[in-house]
Write a protein that binds this ligand. Structure first.
Ligand SMILES: O=C(O)c1ccc[n+]([C@@H]2O[C@H](COP(=O)([O-])O)[C@@H](O)[C@H]2O)c1
Ligand SMILES: Cc1cc2nc[nH]c2cc1C
Length: 352
């Protein structure tokens, strides 16, 4: 029996109606297949790539870009949403500074530049910067693997990165795809939203001749966080490490990675559906349907909040797989109990 058949048999034989744990079962199945073995313990790590985006100078966000630096510092101190989620569940994490606009680095210092260039004026980064950012992602995954991690979750922090993600997605999605640009962290600000759409549209016209591949799109209109995520996801496929994506930004990085190297899909687990309108389109490019996503909770924070919740669900499910009674066992017990009850019933009838 090949390993996939063994996994199916094991899950099918848990003491519950087959398939009744829905996506939890499907995800634990995917993780066993990614590992190529049954492992009982989850050794997670959450990796957050943080960077600033030059396109904020085109007025696409309402927030100060200084929030990238401040929130990344809070992450290292454990006082951001995602790092509270991690601490609550004992999940180790790291913040990787791939390009925060600050003199001092935050967390793991892999700063490539103090933010990207404004893509409405020039390509977001040079080819050399692209290569370095992708290598940072790969290096962090290899380091996690060397530490013995068997599951990763990815998050990001970067004011302006819903604009870079929408621009990359527009470049790689089928022509004419609608609703790829969203409100980002400025929910309900329609003036900003229209402007953002315009900035994305004009940039894609500007780089039309230059963008042929997902990598071109990431370099011209992406960000260092997106590129590091992209490099990290490619590396996960190479070292057989399954990983959870989070919201819109990580979904766009995944769409690029799957387009470049389709095997990445086998290692990628969706966690939640972001409120950003482009989320579903990005997932569909990866072959993931909205119904394949376990958490529909109107979240749109980023940082990897949904991804960490995915890890928590997986840990719960893995424990259940390791400790649940079997269907064969419970069926046998039920038959035995039934037989004894019938015998008892017959004895009572004899008594009468
Ligand atoms: O992950 C998402 O789906 C998501 C949706 C909206 C906002 N965000 C977070 O908010 C920031 C980007 O929003 P914005 O408006 O500055 O482009 C960035 O730090 C992301 O982590 C993240
Ligand atoms: C406060 C704040 C926290 C964030 N975390 C991720 N993106 C964010 C954007 C803002 C504005």
């Amino acid at each position: 029996m090949d390993f996939a058949a063994q996994v199916d048999e094991r899950l099918h034989n848990l003491a519950k109606p087959p398939g009744s744990l829905g996506l939890l079962e499907q995800q634990v199945r995917q993780v066993f297949l990614a590992w190529g073995s049954f492992q009982e313990e989850l050794r997670p790590r959450h990796i957050i790539f943080a960077a600033d985006n030059g396109v904020v100078r085109s007025g696409v966000v309402a927030q100060l870009s200084d929030i990238t630096y401040m929130q990344s510092v809070h992450m290292t101190e454990g006082t951001s949403a995602v790092t509270c989620f991690c601490r609550c569940h004992g999940i180790p994490y790291e913040v990787v500074d791939v390009g925060i606009d600050s003199e001092d680095a935050v967390g793991v210092d892999r700063k490539i530049a103090r933010g990207t260039a404004d893509f409405s004026v020039q390509p977001a980064m040079t080819t050399e910067q692209f290569t370095r950012a992708a290598a940072v992602g790969r290096e962090r995954v290899e380091a996690a693997k060397a530490r013995g991690c068997n599951i990763l979750s990815f998050g990001e922090m970067g004011i302006g990165n819903t604009t870079t993600s929408a621009a990359v997605l527009t470049a790689i999605a089928p022509a004419g795809s609608a609703f790829l640009v969203g409100h980002g962290s400025s929910k309900g600000n329609y003036r900003l939203w229209f402007h953002k759409e315009q900035v994305v549209k004009e940039a894609l016209q500007k780089y039309e001749g230059e963008i042929q591949t997902p990598e071109d799109a990431l370099r011209c209109v992406g960000g260092f966080d997106l590129v590091a995520l992209y490099g990290a996801m490619l590396a996960c496929a190479d070292v057989h490490l399954p990983f959870y994506i989070d919201g819109f930004i990580t979904a766009v990085a995944l769409a690029c990675a799957v387009k470049t190297h389709p095997a990445v899909r086998q290692y990628a687990l969706p966690s939640h559906i972001s409120r950003e309108p482009g989320m579903s389109a990005a997932l569909r490019l990866c072959g993931i349907d909205e119904y394949d996503v376990p958490i529909h909770a109107d979240m749109a924070l980023g940082e990897g909040t949904g991804a960490v919740l995915g890890v928590v669900m997986l840990k719960t499910m893995l424990y259940a797989v390791g400790h649940m009674a079997t269907l064969d066992g419970i069926n046998g017990e039920a038959e035995e109990r039934h037989r004894r009850r019938m015998e008892k019933g017959a004895e009572h009838q004899d008594d009468r």
